[in-house]
Design a protein around this ligand. Sequence first.
Ligand SMILES: Nc1ncnc2c1ncn2[C@@H]1O[C@H](COP(=O)(O)OP(=O)(O)O)[C@@H](O)[C@H]1O
Ligand SMILES: [Mg+2]
Length: 298
Amino acid sequence: MHPTDPAHPVDPVSPVSSVGSVLLATFELVPRGEDGGELLRRAFADVGIEAQWAVWTDPVVDWSSADTVVVRSTWDYHRRLPEFLAWVDRVAATTRLVNAPEVLRWNADKRYLLDLADAVPVVPTIDVPADGLLTGLTAALAEHGAVVVKPRVGASGVGVVVAERTDDLRLSGLTAGPWLVQPLVASVRTEGEASVFVFAGRAVSQLRKVAPPADVRVHEEYGGTTTPVALDADAAALAERAVAAAGERCGASPAYARVDLLHHGGRLVVSEVELIEPGLYLDLLPGNAGAFAAGLRT
Ligand SMILES: Nc1ncnc2c1ncn2[C@@H]1O[C@H](COP(=O)(O)OP(=O)(O)O)[C@@H](O)[C@H]1O
Ligand SMILES: [Mg+2]
């Protein structure tokens, strides 16, 4: 059976032994990978690489049997981080892991934004320890009026809340600290976020994500809208700089990245550099499949 034949999908846990084999790590709720995941397998097949999806927590998978393991839709990593990082170390000890383990580890704590601040403009951010919420919030509210509080380890908008007072009821949506506190960047509901995909250091495609009126989160599950747009030169240049700076700080160049940018204070600033499991939006940007596969070979 040819591995890219969509009529005969390969069992994600079947052994992989061919030369140039890749395992695409996903999580148990999407065992066949992200939407359009078949496109990604086909893109690898086009360059002679057999790629299969495998669930990162599946004890049957022999990760060492693949030449490369690529982290993809491991969208539960933030709620089981120690287990995920132990898996990262285990896999990296036996085969090539992409992104590199030092990149994954560095990116798992959003405090990396503070690390990047001397290289690229970032959303103004303070780090608030788990026992310092009242103090941190009071200071940030005095400075900004309205703020966004988010867990330092988090994804998919979980636990991201807006507050305008220390007794703001919306703070009941907080998840466990430590947190980052930032000014509420109002343009997220108008211009929206510019999301730039960067493969092997080069910006290749872009999305515009706009938050709905009742939320600041741009994610589809909260009512946000996502549209493919032409790559903007300024956004592309800033995204490439952010990825290069990330690589310098963690000691390995990211093979793939999605950089989210916001308009704040009259300029573009970095809101997030996603180096673990950014969805590729293959339904909107099918070209990301080939660009991702090519980026891995360099
Ligand atoms: N400071 C902010 N101002 C306005 N919106 C924000 C701010 N921080 C985050 N958001 C919104 O919340 C979403 C989730 O926050 P983000 O930092 O991207 O974390 P996650 O890893 O959960 O995606 C963002 O995509 C954006 O829509
Ligand atoms: Mg995000």
